[in-house]
Design a protein. Structure first.
Length: 144
C-alpha cells in the first residue's frame, strides 16, 4: 500500500464514524445553534411594552402662540385644523382672523421651520368666512 492511499482511507473511516452511536452519545449533551441560511430574512424585534405613559405627550402650554400666514391645506383632509410650526404636538386651539372672527381648531405640527407659514383646513377657512384663495394672517392660541 502506498502512502497516498492512507489519507484517503482515514477520510473514509472518519466519515463513517459520524453516524456511529459512539459519536452521537459523546455529543448528546451538546447544545445546537441554528445558523441562518442565506435565504432567511431578518425580522424586526418588537419593543417592550412601556405602558400608556409612553404614549402620553407632554402637555402644551395654553395661551397665545403667535401669528402665522395660512394657505389652504389638503382639502380632502376633514375637520377643523391648522398645520403650523408653532406647535410640536397635536393640541386643541383657536385661530382668530385680523377681522376678529375665530374658530376652534386642532393645532397640528407642520414640521416646518419657525415662520414658514401654515396650512389650514377647508372647513376652518369656511368657518372663518375666508376666501379659499386668500392668505390670511391668523393669531394662534393654544388651549382653545
Amino acid at each position: 500500500m502506498t502512502y497516498r492511499a492512507i489519507p484517503l482511507i482515514l477520510v473514509f473511516a472518519l466519515s463513517a464514524c459520524g453516524d456511529s452511536a459512539m459519536f452521537q452519545s459523546r455529543n448528546a449533551g451538546a447544545a445546537t445553534v441554528a445558523v441562518p441560511s442565506a435565504g432567511d430574512t431578518t425580522r424586526p424585534v418588537g419593543r417592550p411594552d412601556l405602558g400608556a405613559a409612553a404614549l402620553t405627550a407632554a402637555p402644551t402650554a395654553s395661551g397665545p402662540l403667535g401669528t402665522t400666514v395660512a394657505s389652504l391645506g389638503d382639502p380632502a383632509s376633514p375637520g377643523l385644523w391648522l398645520e403650523t410650526s408653532l406647535v410640536s404636538i397635536e393640541t386643541p386651539g383657536r385661530v382668530i382672523t385680523e377681522g376678529g372672527r375665530s374658530a376652534d381648531v386642532t393645532l397640528r405640527p407642520s414640521g416646518g421651520a419657525a415662520g414658514a407659514g401654515s396650512r389650514i383646513s377647508l372647513a376652518a377657512m369656511q368657518a372663518l368666512g375666508l376666501n379659499l384663495t386668500s392668505l390670511p394672517t391668523l393669531s394662534v392660541i393654544a388651549g382653545g
